[in-house]
Design a protein around this ligand. Structure first.
Ligand code: PEP
Ligand code: MG
Length: 821
């Protein structure tokens, strides 16, 4: 049994940083003859991709499997740090177990350590004890200590699965189980070695100390126990089969390793956008100055002041949303904020308060706070995000009312690292890489909108650093190692130089994908997949060409019809389609007829809510019910088709009759305007279209799979329902099998098939789809270079194997666990 001896223990140590503590445990392991001197690098690298903090001040740093050859003997050491050392997410480690294990010998030790992590009083005592025997005793009794013995009177379903992974049930597979059970209901437990664990808690699973050769009993009392048990059994089988030599996900492919942090200060946080940056600190405050004393007017003038402030904020936001120098994420954010401010309810409620003689600023702030807290109280994370946006947009109005000035980045001459408590999404959206090369926040979250913006701009970002960030002064030199979730204050010149070299390498990687963006996506063994773009506006056609798209695989024309009082005229549509064709300079463009309905309603067509539902008069059904609308659009399309290679795509085709009817209408219109014959395709997004794919492939010129809707209709999951988001994963084998069926039907008739749903832009999705033989992938322009690069590096034979395995899985979780080639 792996145990501690007094020589393995150091008491009363202190460290400035987590990395220093990890180096010290590696050194102690080395002194004990367990590992080679450079094992510390492996431990530090492991920490970057996994958090080894277990709870109650206990951390278990260890190396990566691919460096197991640096281990001489399996061994464990302990360093006690009574004052604690910052670890991750604001936690402090006080008992640091350094583990060197060649395979699974440490698993039973993990089980014993969890008795400390589940007993706060014991953990605190051990963190301060002067007697190493206290720790040795706690670890050796742990095996019997808090173990929870299984209850044989359990009233539910059970299944037994043999466990055979030689690495044992360590933290990563335990987290996979815990994550998979999140979507399940009822009580789910794992039983092994006479103990049981809550399957939703990775730590309690690790505590079972499961090694290869053990049987695991999985229990569920849910009405869906059969399904849950089968899925979990499958997951354990996948864990059993995981390749032993697999290199763990490294995140960004280049690691920065500082040489000397002894005089530097390391502030740790959570990575929100990967990368690394070097520069002077720029301390950012939310408002540049205290609001000026605001003079209050009479009711009418206060109401006017509020109206004017809202109008001015909205106008600025609309201008920003159209600013061509911003990217799409930035522009969308400003557009969303403008729309929020245009909501009459805010003005109406604030005006009601003004009528009660409350001044405009206070009335606005009160209404805003109320709406924000209403949104916050809705436990749903997407809606909580909207509360942040509303607060952000609302503060813009408050600033105008109070006369406070906007903070400006104009004064910055050197690219700097922005340091702040938090960053509003709209503040993030105004940043540019030429001024801000990194962001480090005391608060924040990787899911916040500001993080999405930072990622879209490629600005490295670390969040949730806590109070230590207060130590940073303006102009301090820092290295922001976002991929390592840390910021180094006062780094040595040598570390600055090495960080700058890593920055150059990462830029070169990004640059390579960008430089090679015009190269076709041909796998190493010669299989080509066309990579094209989804667009909705003319500017995006230009963006697509710039990003290396080989054409446009989907124009969502309905965007021309939304947010207006009446449908666009034939000429307006013609101008728009023609401008897109011109922007594409001869590249092919698949134009989809209007797909109104579902989540894209319009008011002016006189359609009821029922008509516009996902199962109502959506897509082509409106065209068939209201030929006037579709004929106008078709006339505009055929006129534009005289100027470039347009293909037409029809959404929501459910049967071959649907297609024949719309094809006849199209042909009549073509003759009317003397347009060219163009290819007519079927959008495969309704399961019945897949069932009829053989017939459809005979009459259509091509297929384009809309996986967003195919997933929704095949799995009966409303694609807009936040609580069902996890179920709506287009990598579900149900969806993949439907795509395979459609692809086989298309190819049997020598027709091509594309995929234009969101899964085409997912690196794993793109690989599986290419492996299924999909001919074309269509995606947002910004994702084109990276997907092309990914496909170019693959091998078609491997992608086919990957696709084959994906089709055999039982759910999307299992597909996502397949090793990427
Ligand atoms: C789809 O359904 O996958 C698709 C591309 O169309 P939309 O998302 O516009 O419905
Ligand atoms: Mg669709």
């Amino acid at each position: 049994m792996l145990d501690l001896s007094p020589a393995d223990i150091r008491l009363g140590e202190s460290f400035d940083s987590r990395d220093a503590a990890i180096r010290a445990v590696a050194q102690l392991l080395h002194e004990q003859g367990a590992v080679q001197a450079n094992y510390s690098d492996s431990m530090l690298a492991r920490e970057r991709t996994a958090n080894t903090y277990l709870g109650n001040g206990v951390a278990i740093p260890h190396g990566r499997p691919q460096e197991a050859h640096l281990i001489n003997d399996t061994h464990v050491v302990l360093i006690q740090v009574p004052a604690g050392v910052p670890w991750k997410d604001g936690e402090r480690a006080k008992l640091i177990f350094g583990i060197a294990a060649k395979s699974d010998e440490h698993i039973s030790l993990l089980g014993r350590i969890t008795t400390i992590t589940s007993d706060e009083v014991l953990a605190e005592h051990l963190a301060n004890t002067n007697d190493p025997q206290d720790i040795i005793r706690a670890i050796s009794v742990g095996a019997q200590g808090n173990a929870r013995f299984s209850d044989d009177n359990f009233d539910g379903e059970r299944i037994i699965v043999p466990f055979s992974n030689p690495r044992g049930f360590h933290l990563r597979p335990a987290s996979q189980i815990a994550e998979a059970t999140e979507r399940m209901d009822g009580d789910i437990r794992l039983v092994a070695n006479g103990r049981e664990a809550d399957a939703r808690s990775a730590m309690s699973i690790v505590g079972l100390g499961i090694r290869a050769g053990s049987d695991i009993e999985i229990r569920s009392d849910s009405p869906f126990a059969d399904d849950h048990l089968r899925q979990l059994k499958r997951l354990v089988e996948i864990i059993n089969d995981e390749p032993q030599e697999a290199v763990e996900d490294e995140g960004p492919s280049v690691d920065w390793k500082p040489a000397d942090l002894s005089h530097a200060q390391v502030i740790t946080g959570t990575m929100a956008a990967p990368g690394i940056a070097v520069g002077p600190a720029f301390l950012w405050s939310q408002l540049s100055a205290a609001p000026s004393e605001r003079k209050r007017g009479d009711v009418a003038s206060e109401r006017d002041a509020l109206k004017a402030a809202i109008a001015s904020a909205e106008e600025t936001l609309r201008e920003l949303s159209e600013d061509a120098s911003m990217n799409k994420v930035q522009r969308n954010l400003f557009e969303a904020h403008a729309t929020m401010l245009s909501d009459e309810i805010l003005l109406t409620e604030a005006s009601a308060q003004i009528n009660e003689r409350v001044d405009a600023l206070q009335a606005w702030n009160t209404v805003l706070a109320k709406k924000v807290s209403q949104l916050e109280s809705l436990a749903d994370k997407h809606l909580a995000q909207r509360s942040i946006d509303l607060k952000d947009a609302g503060r813009r109005v408050s600033r105008i009312l109070s006369g406070a000035e906007e903070v400006s980045l104009a004064s910055l001459t050197t690219p700097s690292i922005l340091i702040a408590d938090d960053l509003e999404p709209s503040e993030a959206a105004q940043l540019s890489r030429s001024k801000i090369c990194g962001i480090c926040l005391r608060e924040g979250s990787p899911n916040a909108h500001s993080a999405i913006v930072a990622r879209s701009l490629g600005i490295p970002m670390v969040v949730a650093c806590g109070w230590p960030l207060e130590q940073v002064a303006a102009e301090d030199k820092v290295v922001l190692d976002a991929s390592g979730a840390r910021m180094i204050l006062h780094p040595t010149e040598e570390d600055v130089t090495s960080a700058n070299e890593v920055i150059k390498t990462l830029d070169a990687q990004r640059q390579r994908a960008w430089t090679d963006r015009f190269k076709p996506a041909i796998t190493q063994d010669g299989m080509r997949t066309e990579v094209v773009a989804n667009i909705a506006r003319v500017a995006e056609a230009e963006e697509a060409v710039q990003a290396g798209a080989e054409g446009v695989g989907l124009v969502r024309t309905e965007f021309l019809f939304l947010d207006r009082e009446h449908a666009p005229s034939e000429d307006e549509q013609y101008e728009c389609y023609r401008a897109m064709v011109d922007a594409l300079g001869g590249l092919p463009m698949v134009l989809r007829t209007i797909d109104i309905g579902g989540d894209k309603p319009v008011d002016y067509l006189g359609l009821s809510e029922r008509d516009l539902s996902f199962l109502g008069l959506r897509g082509i059904r409106i065209g068939l019910a209201r030929p006037d609308i579709i004929k106008t659009q078709l006339r505009a399309v055929y006129r534009a088709a005289k100027h470039g290679p347009i293909k037409l795509l029809f959404p929501m085709i459910a049967t071959s009759n649907d297609f024949r009817r719309i094809r006849n209408i199209a042909e009549a219109v073509r003759k009317e305007v003397d347009g060219p014959r163009i290819d007519l395709g079927v959008m495969i997004e309704v399961p019945s279209a897949v069932i009829m794919a053989t017939e459809l492939a005979k009459v259509a010129d091509f297929f384009s799979v809309g996986t967003n809707d195919l997933t929704q209709y095949a799995l009966a999951v409303d694609r807009t329902h936040p609580l069902l988001a996890k179920r709506a994963d287009s990598l579900h084998p149900v969806v993949l099998r439907l795509i395979r069926q459609a692809a086989e039907a298309a190819h049997a008739e020598d027709k091509w098939i594309g995929v234009c749903g969101g899964v085409a832009a997912d690196p794993l999705g793109a690989q599986i789809l290419a492996g299924l033989g999909v001919d074309e992938l269509s995606m947002p322009p910004a994702t084109v270079p990276a997907i092309k690069e990914k496909l170019r590096h693959g091998n078609f034979h491997d992608l086919q194997q990957l696709a084959k395995r994906a089709l055999e899985q039982e759910d999307a979780v299992a597909v996502r666990l397949l090793p990427i080639t």
